[in-house]
Write a protein that binds this ligand. Structure first.
Ligand SMILES: O=c1ccn([C@@H]2O[C@H](COP(=O)(O)O)[C@@H](O)[C@H]2O)c(=O)[nH]1
Length: 514
């Protein structure tokens, strides 16, 4: 079972979003083990570790029906030497298989990442691991080779001195928000989650607004709280605010840690149960504050998503495309000479296997309903996509050359074909339709038939009519207006950018010859 499914099941079964750290930290050991641990540790280190095991095992046995995940911190185990690694193996084995394990490793070293992924996922059998983001996508990729496991990218720490780096260069565009934005392009929602120090609730809210669908593991939520040891109870001071900042639009997507200090009190079950109930009550109280539409929105909801079956996957894809820089707001001269205040560069998807695969999937859904013998990509932008489609759908590929070589075979079309065959043309974006129409005509000049032109983005403003007037049927995965509204509603673009995108397509409509 994948990490995501296991977590969902554990949350549902135990009615809990609490994650409990299994940290054999002698400094917070309950008194009932501590005296024996201290007595043994000076002379018989291995015997002393046995008391840590008793403690860890007791915590697991007492709380397995109250938490949604366990989180052993690797550093506490390695600090105990070889006995610590044996303790880790025993502790992991004691966790019921239906409760996911998040190994808190904050792994950062690229050289050891392949072997670390193998050990963590294959030998220790953990379901997820925390990573430092600064090893980059290469480091994460070693762990993402295991599609049923997950990574938690540590994107914000509550350590006071970490602010020097995280908030760099300024509070308006801090590094940590760049991390949040970029790392989401590494993998989908089931396999890449975020770890956020939530002592600063504003930071948690900012992360949530940039990652509306990701699972977030909040940390340090106890930093501002006062323990009340007399009543054997700890309260999270800002619970409602933390939930409001961290929950997703459906009231999910957040895991909260149990206070480690509270485990020192010796009877964890009672404490964890009352914390779980308190959290669940607070979640229920936040329900009325959530917008009723499916997207998280700042204060408006423009989309009517009724009867739009693919809206969810389209939304995610649009946000990912934006986050990997496929949509930029800079003045660009189009092939027609017209200047647009933005540019859509779908060529970037090839550098992101996750997004590339999703984009190909959306084209494939359209192609599956069409009749054709071969696929043709329009160079250069659409050649990788057309190649991906040819492999995925098992159809032969051709492409019309952009320029005919003055030497060699001087072919107008690359690849083999038979005259009279039907070709489906694949292109990236229709602005005026000129590139796609010219490509289709080049193919037809070689004795082939073109019926359908399939693109990822229809820029609207009458381009479909132009394609039809040229004798072809246009099909598009997304319309520019859908992209624009989704980006605006999710807070990715501001009103000025929203209006720029809306106006450009309508300007083109009023002057279709441009
Ligand atoms: O934002 C843009 C605009 C254009 N392109 C490229 O141009 C053609 C589409 O333009 P037509 O006017 O329809 O010929 C498209 O194939 C892209 O290669 C772009 O990428 N992004």
């Amino acid at each position: 079972m994948s990490f995501a499914s296991k977590l969902r099941a554990a949350i549902a079964t135990n009615q809990s979003i609490l994650c409990l750290g299994l940290d054999p930290n002698p400094e917070v050991m309950p008194a009932k083990y501590k005296a024996q641990y201290d007595a043994e540790s000076a002379t018989h280190h291995d015997h002393a570790v046995a008391y840590l095991w008793e403690w860890m095992n007791f915590i697991i046995q007492s709380t397995a029906d109250l938490v949604c995940a366990y989180k052993p911190t690797l550093g506490f185990y390695t600090a105990l030497g070889s006995a610590g690694l044996e303790l880790l193996a025993k502790t992991l084995a004691a966790i019921p298989p239906e409760i996911p394990i998040i190994l808190d490793a904050k792994h950062a070293d690229i050289n050891s990442s392949t072997v670390m992924a193998k050990t963590a996922f294959e030998q220790w059998g953990v379901d997820a691991i925390t990573l430092s983001p600064y090893g980059g996508q290469d480091l994460a990729a070693r762990f993402l080779m295991y599609p049923d496991r997950a990574i938690f990218v540590s994107c914000y720490s509550s350590n006071t001195t970490a602010q020097d780096f995280q908030e760099y260069p300024n509070r308006d565009q801090p590094l940590y928000l760049n991390v949040v934005q970029n790392c989401q392009a590494w993998a989908g929602m089931e396999t890449l989650a975020l770890e956020v120090g939530a002592a600063n609730i504003e930071a948690l809210a900012k992360v949530r607004s940039l990652a509306p669908e990701r699972l977030i593991l909040a940390r340090s939520i106890w930093a501002n709280s006062q323990g009340n040891s007399q009543e054997n109870q700890y309260k999270i001071d800002n619970l409602a605010a933390i939930l409001n900042a961290g929950l997703d639009a459906n009231g999910d997507g957040l895991i909260l840690p149990v206070n480690q200090d509270a485990l020192a009190i010796g009877e964890p079950a009672q404490f964890v149960r009352s914390l779980r109930d308190e959290v669940n009550q607070a979640i229920a109280l936040t329900a009325h504050q959530r917008p009723s539409c499916e997207l998280w929105v700042p204060n408006v909801c423009l989309l009517d998503r009724q009867g739009h079956p693919d809206s969810n996957s389209h939304t995610n894809l649009i946000l990912q495309l934006f986050d990997i820089g496929c949509i930029t707001f800079e003045e660009t001269v189009q092939a027609s000479g017209q200047v647009f205040p933005y540019y859509i560069d779908l060529r970037k998807i090839i550098s992101n296997p996750q997004v590339f695969d999703a984009v190909i999937g959306t084209y494939a859904e359209i192609l599956q309903n069409l009749q054709f013998d071969r696929i043709a990509g329009i160079p250069y932008g659409s050649l990788p996509t057309a190649s991906g489609l040819a492999l995925r759908l098992n159809f032969p590929l051709i492409f019309p050359r952009k320029e005919v070589k003055a030497y060699g075979a001087r072919r107008l079309i690359e690849g083999n074909y038979e005259a009279g065959e039907t070709i489906v043309v694949v292109d990236d974006i229709l602005i005026s339709g000129k590139s796609a129409i010219e490509g289709a005509q080049k193919i037809e000049s070689c004795g082939l038939k073109v019926r359908d032109i399939v693109v990822f983005i229809d820029h609207e403003a009458g381009v479909r009519d132009r394609i039809q007037q040229s004798g072809y049927s246009p099909h598009a995965v997304l319309k520019i207006s859908e992209i624009n509204e989704t980006l605006y509603q999710s807070g990715r673009i501001n009103e000025k950018q929203f209006l720029a995108l809306s106006h450009s397509s309508s300007d083109l409509h009023s002057n279709p010859n441009q």
